[in-house]
Ligand binder design. Structure first.
Ligand code: MG
Length: 135
């Protein structure tokens, strides 16, 4: 099978739902990415300000805060960092609003493993490498 290698890339995952977090952890740990976690907008902004972040996976529905707040804040400071919005509940206009506020991409849950890895890989600009699974 083919596998992406995101070695040393810092991916900030903004997500408040445990089942989603487990999925992202399982999917992205295999790519050797370094995963940073935030559960709400304040945590996400704090990590973005303090760490070198290469890509952000952003849930829109965050406890008491909105992913849109994170999107607005980060886009004001950084025009280029890839921000992939991902959400379970697609309300009317959410996708359009995400792109209007500067999202790089938008994916709807449930997210398929390949879809996630390929979308992240597209932005991290890594070349695909042949991967031999060892048993
Ligand atoms: Mg959520």
């Amino acid at each position: 099978m083919k596998q992406f290698d995101f070695n040393k890339k810092n991916i900030l995952i903004v997500e408040d739902t445990m089942t989603s977090s487990r999925f992202f952890d399982a999917a992205l740990s295999r790519t050797n990415a370094n995963l940073l976690w935030a559960e709400d907008a304040d945590e996400a902004i704090k990590i973005f300000d303090e760490e070198k972040v290469d890509l952000i996976l952003l849930d829109l529905n965050l406890l008491t805060t909105s992913g849109f707040d994170v999107l607005k804040y980060i886009r004001k400071k950084d025009k280029n960092i890839p921000i992939i919005v991902q959400t379970a509940y697609i309300l009317s206009g959410e996708e359009e609003m995400s792109f209007k506020l500067g999202a790089s991409d938008f994916i709807a849950k449930p997210i398929k493993l390949n879809q996630l890895i390929e979308t992240v890989g597209k932005f991290l600009n890594q070349k695909e490498e042949n991967f031999t699974e060892s048993v």
